[in-house]
Design a protein around this ligand. Structure first.
Ligand SMILES: [Zn+2]
Length: 429
C-alpha cells in the first residue's frame, strides 16, 4: 500500500513537473512538420473541368499547376494535407489516389486530406477510358506517382515546427445566386452576383515555422470557386485560388509552400470574370491575376502580423461516410430513386486548430455554421476533399431552385445533418 502511494506521489510530481516546466527555447515539444510542392501541369492538351458545354481541348498554359503537401506528426500520429490545383477528386478518382497514398505511407483514412482547389481551368481528372479523352486518363494516372512523390518529400522534410494562426478578410468571392424577375413576373435564380447574399469572407492563415522561426509553409483557407476565367477559356491556369498560391510563394520565397484550401464555396464565385480571356495588352491586368493577387496579398498581410507561434501537443483525426437523404428524381426524369447519397467527412485537430474536410461543394452558410459550432478557435473548412458528391445547398434555397439545387443529389434536410455531424465529430476529437 505504502509502495503504491509512493509510486502515485512520484507519478503525480512528475505530472506536475511536466505541466509546469516550459519547453526549452526553440523546442517544439514533439510537433514536427514538413512541406513540399510538385508540378502537375499537363504536358498534352486535355479536356478541362467544370463546364459541360466546353468540349475543346486546352490550347496552352497561362500558369503552372502544382500539388502541395503539408505533413504533421506528434508522437507518431500523422496528418497529411494535400492541396491540388485541379477541380477536385470525383469518387472513383478519389478512391484511386487515396488508396495508393494510404498504402504507400501506411496512413489511416482519417489522416489524409486530399483536396482540389476547384480551378475550372485544369484537366478533368478521370479514369474512364471509354468516355474520356485518352490524354485525361493518362494525366490522371500520371498524377498518382506525383502525389506519392510530393507526400514522400513532405514526410522526409519533417523537422520540429511551431504553428501560428491569423485571420483576415477578402472581398474576391461573392454570393453568386442572383434573383432575376422576368417581365411576366416570374422569378428565377441565375449564376450571377448577389450583393445581399451571405458570403464568408474569412481568410484563415496558418504559419508553419521551423524551430528557428523561419517559415516552412503557409496554409490558407478561403471560399471561392476558381471560375474567373469563364466558360470560353481554353488556357490552363490555377485561376484565382492557384494564382493566389503563386503570389504568396513569389512574395515569401519559393521554398515556402503555400497551399490554399478552398472553403465552403458552393454558392460563391469570384466577383469578376474575364471579358476577353487572358488579355495581356499594356495597361490590362487579367482579372484572375488581379483577383488572385488581392487574395494572396491578404494572406501575406495576415501572415506578417502573426507574431506568436506555438507547438501542438496532439493530433486527433476521424473519418466517416455520412449517408445523407437523397432528393427524389424529377417527375419526368428516368433516374432511379435513391435512398441516400454518401458524403465523406474527415475531421482533424492539431493543437488548437480544427480541420473539416467535406467531399462535396457545400454552401457558404454550412461552412460558417461549422466554424461557429467548432470547439476550436480556428477551423479550416475544406471542400472538394476526399471525394466530390456535388452541391450541398442549404434547406432554405430549395424553394428558390437555381443551378446548385437542380444539380444537387441531396434532399433539403442534408445540410443540417452535415453541420450537426461535423460539429459532433470535432467535439469527439
Ligand atoms: Zn463548383
Amino acid at each position: 500500500m505504502r509502495a503504491r502511494l509512493v509510486i502515485l506521489c512520484v507519478v503525480s510530481v512528475a505530472a506536475v513537473l511536466l505541466i509546469a516546466s516550459p519547453s526549452p527555447a526553440g523546442s517544439s515539444a514533439g510537433l514536427k512538420a514538413g512541406a513540399a510542392r510538385i508540378d502537375i501541369t499537363p504536358e498534352k492538351p486535355v479536356n478541362m473541368s467544370g463546364y459541360a458545354a466546353r468540349k475543346d481541348l486546352s490550347t496552352g498554359v497561362h500558369d503552372p499547376l502544382s500539388a502541395r503537401a503539408v505533413a504533421f506528426e506528434v508522437g507518431g500520429k500523422r496528418l497529411v494535407l494535400i492541396s491540388t490545383d485541379i477541380i477536385g477528386y470525383y469518387e472513383d478518382v478519389a478512391n484511386y489516389m487515396r488508396k495508393a497514398l494510404m498504402a504507400e505511407f501506411n496512413l489511416q483514412p482519417s489522416e489524409l486530406f486530399l483536396a482540389g482547389i476547384h480551378t475550372h481551368a485544369a484537366p478533368t481528372p478521370t479514369l474512364n477510358r471509354e468516355r474520356a479523352h485518352a490524354n485525361n486518363v493518362e494525366y490522371t494516372e500520371g498524377l498518382k506517382p506525383k502525389l506519392i512523390e510530393v507526400v514522400r518529400k513532405a514526410l522526409a522534410n519533417m523537422e520540429p515546427a511551431k504553428l501560428g494562426l491569423g485571420v483576415g478578410s477578402c472581398p474576391v468571392g461573392g454570393n453568386r445566386r442572383e434573383l432575376r424577375v422576368a417581365n411576366n413576373g416570374e422569378s428565377s435564380v441565375v449564376l450571377g452576383r448577389n450583393p445581399y447574399g451571405t458570403t464568408d469572407k474569412e481568410v484563415l492563415v496558418m504559419k508553419v515555422a521551423k524551430a528557428d522561426g523561419a517559415p516552412m509553409a503557409v496554409l490558407f483557407d478561403y471560399a471561392t470557386h476558381g471560375t474567373s476565367l469563364g466558360t470560353a477559356n481554353l488556357t490552363i491556369s490555377g485561376d484565382v485560388p492557384g494564382l493566389a498560391e503563386q503570389f504568396v510563394e513569389k512574395i515569401l520565397g519559393s521554398d515556402v509552400i503555400a497551399p490554399i484550401f478552398v472553403g465552403a464555396s458552393g454558392n460563391i464565385d469570384p466577383w469578376f470574370r474575364v471579358l476577353p480571356g487572358f488579355n495581356e495588352e499594356p495597361g490590362w491586368v487579367p482579372e484572375p491575376v488581379l483577383l488572385g493577387t488581392f487574395l494572396g496579398e491578404e494572406v501575406v498581410h495576415v501572415y506578417r502580423a502573426i507574431n506568436q507561434t506555438q507547438s501542438a501537443d496532439k493530433i486527433a483525426t476521424n473519418f466517416v461516410t455520412l449517408q445523407l437523404p437523397a432528393k427524389p428524381p424529377e417527375a419526368d426524369s428516368k433516374e432511379k430513386k435513391r435512398e441516400s447519397v454518401p458524403l465523406n467527412v474527415t475531421v482533424a485537430r492539431l493543437g488548437d486548430v480544427a480541420f473539416v474536410g467535406l467531399g462535396a461543394e457545400v454552401f457558404t452558410e454550412i461552412g460558417m455554421a461549422i466554424k461557429a459550432g467548432s470547439p476550436c478557435p480556428h477551423t479550416f473548412v475544406i471542400t472538394h476533399c476526399n471525394g466530390a458528391a456535388s452541391y450541398l445547398p442549404t434547406k432554405e434555397v430549395y424553394v428558390q431552385d437555381g443551378y446548385e439545387v437542380k444539380t444537387s443529389p441531396f434532399s433539403p434536410q442534408a445540410a443540417e445533418i452535415v453541420v450537426r455531424e461535423s460539429i459532433r465529430l470535432l467535439h469527439g476529437l
